[in-house]
Design a protein around this ligand. Structure first.
Ligand SMILES: Cc1cc2nc3c(=O)[nH]c(=O)nc-3n(C[C@H](O)[C@H](O)[C@H](O)COP(=O)(O)O)c2cc1C
Ligand code: SF4
Length: 493
C-alpha cells in the first residue's frame, strides 16, 4: 500500500529556489500565458472539489465569482487556513512542508477571477505556520511572481466558527466570527467594498452585510474562499492538465486527499491517499490500524458527518461513496474509536463542542444545543431517567431549526447518527447496566508530535460565552454583535 504524493511533499521545501528546482512555478507560468476562461475550464474539467469539507466543485465556484464580479472593485482571494475541525491537521502539515504551492495556487486563482489582493486566513495560535507563510510570501513577492497583487497573512481567533467562510470574511473585515446569512456567492471584504464610495470603514453588524441592498450587490466585490489543500492542487493541474489530475481518484472525486488519523489508532499522523482508497486502508496506512489487543468499533469523520461503524470501513473515501453510507469525507480527519469507547460519552463530547462553539445568532442552535449536551452528559453519568433520553432525541431533532449556518446541522447529523446506530448503549446507561463515564474530549488539534496528536485540552474549560472564566455569564457570543473587535477578539486569556 502506497500513499500518494501530490500536495503533501515527502520532505520539507525550505526555500523558493528549492521549490523551483523541483518544478514549482510551472503552473503559474502556464497560467500567465493563458486567459482566465482557459484556467476556469481546465479546473472544471479536472473535477477538483473543495477540500475544506463540503466538496464543492472548485471550477464552478471560480466561474460564479467571475460571473458575479463587481463592475467597480476587484475580487479578493481568501485562503482558508483556519483548520479547526476536530481530528484534522492536514492544512498545517501541507504548509509546514511546502507553503509555496498554496501561494502559487492562490496567485493562479487571482489571475482567473481578476483579483488584486490575497488574504491567508490563519490563526494567531498557528505561530509556526504563520511565520512560514509570511516568509514564503516575502520570497514570492521578492521573486516578482505577483507584481499586481498584494498579500496579507491574517491571524484570526481560535474559534471553530472562524473557519466557516462567511465568519472568516467577517473576522478579516474586523468583526467577530459570526456567520452571515449567505448569498450563493460571497460578497467580500468591506475594506474594498466601501473604498469606492469614499465611506469610512463600517463599524457595525454582520446583519448589514446580509441585508445589503441591490445597489451594493452590484458594486461590492465577491471574495473567493478556497481551502489550503484545494489551492495546493491547482498549480499541477495547470502545469500537467485536467486529464493528468484525473489519473488518480474516482470519476466524481478525482485526485488525492490528505487525511489525518487520530484517536485509538496505533499512531497518529497525516498522509495523502488516492481518493477511492477504502477507509480501512487509510487507517492502516496512516495510523497503523487498531491498537494492539483492541478492535475498531467505529470512525468519526470530524464533527460534520455521521459516524461510520466498523462494518462500513471498506467504504471508499470519496464524496459520493461516503455520502451513500450516510456520512461524508469532511476535511479528511478520521478519529478512530475502539472497543473501549463509550458512545454516549462520545456523543456528549461532540455535543459539548458544537454547543459551546455555536455563536448564538440562532436560538435553537445555542440553547437547544447546550441543553442537548447537558442531557447527554447526564446520561453518560448514568444519572438519567427515560425522559432524559426522550428529551435528547427530541432536541437532536430540532437543534437545527432556523439555522443560519451549517454548524447546527452538523450537531443534528452527528448526534442522530450515533443515537440511531448505538441506541442500545444509551438505553444501558439509562437502565444503569453501564456505569458512569466522563464525556469524551472533542476539541481542535494543536499539533501531532512523534506520532501522537496533541488535542486542545483547554477546551474543557471553555464556556458557552467563549470565555475561559470559572463560569459562563449566560450570554451568547453573538451578544457582541455590533461591536468591533479591535484586536480583542481572541477570547483566550
Ligand atoms: C462550522 C464550520 C467550520 C468550518 N471550518 C473550516 C476550516 O477550518 N477550514 C476550511 O477550509 N473550511 C472550513 N469550513 C468550510 C468553509 O465554510 C468553506 O466551505 C471552505 O473554506 C470552502 O473552501 P473549499 O471549497 O476549498 O473547500 C467550515 C464550515 C463550517 C460550517
Ligand atoms: S447555526 Fe449556530 S453557529 Fe451558525 S449562525 Fe446560527 S447560532 Fe451561530
Amino acid at each position: 500500500m502506497r500513499t500518494a504524493r501530490r500536495v503533501l511533499w515527502s520532505s520539507t521545501i525550505d526555500t523558493l529556489d528549492e521549490y523551483v528546482r523541483r518544478r514549482g512555478g510551472a503552473g503559474l507560468e502556464v497560467a500567465r500565458r493563458a486567459d482566465p476562461e482557459w484556467l476556469i475550464s481546465t479546473l472544471e474539467a479536472s473535477g477538483l472539489r473543495g477540500r475544506g469539507g463540503a466538496g464543492f466543485p472548485t471550477g464552478r465556484k471560480w466561474r460564479t465569482m467571475v460571473e458575479n464580479r463587481s463592475t467597480l472593485e476587484p475580487t479578493t482571494v481568501v485562503v482558508n487556513g483556519a483548520e479547526g475541525e476536530p481530528g484534522t491537521f492536514k492544512d498545517r502539515s501541507i504548509i509546514r512542508r511546502c507553503p509555496y504551492h498554496v501561494i502559487e495556487g492562490a496567485i493562479i486563482a487571482a489571475l482567473a477571477v481578476d483579483a488584486d489582493h490575497i488574504v491567508f486566513g490563519m490563526k494567531k495560535s498557528f505561530a509556526r505556520e504563520v511565520t512560514r507563510m509570511r516568509s514564503a510570501v516575502e520570497e514570492v513577492v521578492a521573486a516578482g511572481w505577483a507584481d499586481r497583487i498584494s498579500f496579507e497573512v491574517f491571524e484570526g481567533p481560535d474559534e471553530y466558527l472562524y473557519g466557516e467562510e462567511t465568519a472568516l470574511l467577517e473576522t478579516i473585515d474586523g468583526r467577530y466570527p459570526f456567520p452571515r446569512l449567505a448569498p450563493p456567492f460571497r460578497r467580500g471584504l468591506e475594506r474594498v467594498s466601501r473604498r469606492h464610495a469614499g465611506a469610512a470603514p463600517r463599524t457595525g453588524l454582520s446583519s448589514r452585510v446580509q441585508l445589503a441592498g441591490p445597489q451594493e450587490f452590484l458594486t461590492a466585490p465577491p471574495a473567493l474562499v478556497d481551502n489550503v489543500e484545494t489551492l495546493a492542487n491547482v498549480p499541477r493541474i495547470m502545469a500537467r492538465g485536467a486529464n493528468w489530475f484525473r489519473t488518480l481518484g474516482t470519476e466524481q472525486s478525482p485526485g488525492t486527499i490528505v487525511c489525518t488519523v487520530t484517536g485509538a489508532s496505533r499512531r497518529h499522523g497525516v498522509g495523502e491517499v488516492m481518493m477511492g482508497t477504502s477507509l480501512r486502508k487509510v487507517i492502516q496506512m496512516i495510523g497503523g490500524g487498531a491498537r494492539r489487543g483492541h478492535r475498531i468499533k467505529a470512525v468519526l469523520p470530524g464533527v460534520a458527518n455521521g459516524i461510520i461503524p466498523e462494518d462500513l470501513l471498506d467504504t471508499p473515501v470519496a464524496y459520493e461513496t461516503m455520502q451513500a453510507i450516510g456520512s461524508g469525507v469532511g476535511s479528511g480527519g478520521f478519529i478512530v474509536l475502539d472497543d473501549t469507547v463509550d458512545m454516549v460519552a462520545l456523543s456528549a463530547g461532540v455535543s459539548r463542542f458544537l454547543g459551546v462553539e455555536s455563536c448564538g445568532q440562532c436560538q435553537p442552535c445555542k440553547l437547544t444545543g447546550l441543553a442537548l449536551s447537558e442531557d447527554l452528559r447526564t446520561i453518560s453519568h448514568s444519572d438519567a431517567g427515560d425522559h432524559h433520553l426522550e428529551q435528547a432525541k427530541a432536541r437532536a431533532g430540532n437543534v437545527a431549526d432556523r439555522a443560519r449556518c451549517y454548524l447546527a446541522h452538523q450537531h443534528q447529523v452527528v448526534l442522530q447518527s450515533i443515537l440511531s446506530r448505538y441506541g442500545q448503549e444509551f438505553d444501558d446507561h439509562v437502565a444503569g447496566r453501564i456505569g458512569p463515564v466522563e464525556p469524551y474530549l472533542i476539541a481542535e488539534l494543536v499539533d501531532i508530535v512523534d506520532g501522537k496528536a496533541v488535542v486542545d485540552e483547554r477546551f474543557a474549560e471553555k464556556q458557552p460565552d467563549w470565555s475561559y472564566d470559572e463560569s459562563s455569564t449566560g450570554k451568547n457570543p453573538a451578544d457582541r454583535l455590533g461591536q468591533n473587535r479591535f484586536g480583542e477578539w481572541s477570547f483566550r486569556p
